[in-house]
Ligand binder design. Structure first.
Ligand SMILES: [Zn+2]
Length: 100
């Protein structure tokens, strides 16, 4: 079985930034949906307090929030709901099943 690329996303913590690390855009506090990878599992967590760049949309989380996400993933809280996600392998230059 091929190793799937599930690199854990490196979050920049919101504690340290007062403007966007990437584009220097303005940041604002929002509640948002975060997709979070823990091992080979993907969690989607709603209503997470985050700081978001108004310009490029990059999300920043407080280190405390990040710890809470990790804690939730680790103790396998019963989920609110479950979604099915289609996973694809990237194909270049091959004809696809729809004929294009
Ligand atoms: Zn930005």
């Amino acid at each position: 079985m091929r190793q799937r690329l599930l690199a854990r996303r490196e979050w920049k913590t919101a504690d340290m930034v007062d403007k966007c690390y990437f584009c220097k855009g303005k940041l604002s506090k929002v509640f948002t949906t975060i997709d979070y990878r823990w091992g080979d599992r993907l969690f989607v967590i709603e209503d997470v307090p985050a700081t978001i760049c108004q310009q490029c949309g990059e999300k920043y989380l407080d280190s405390q929030v990040y710890k809470e996400l990790e804690r939730m993933a680790r103790c396998e809280e019963p989920p609110l709901t479950r979604v099915t996600v289609d996973v694809f392998e990237y194909k270049q230059g091959e004809s696809l099943s729809c004929g294009t």
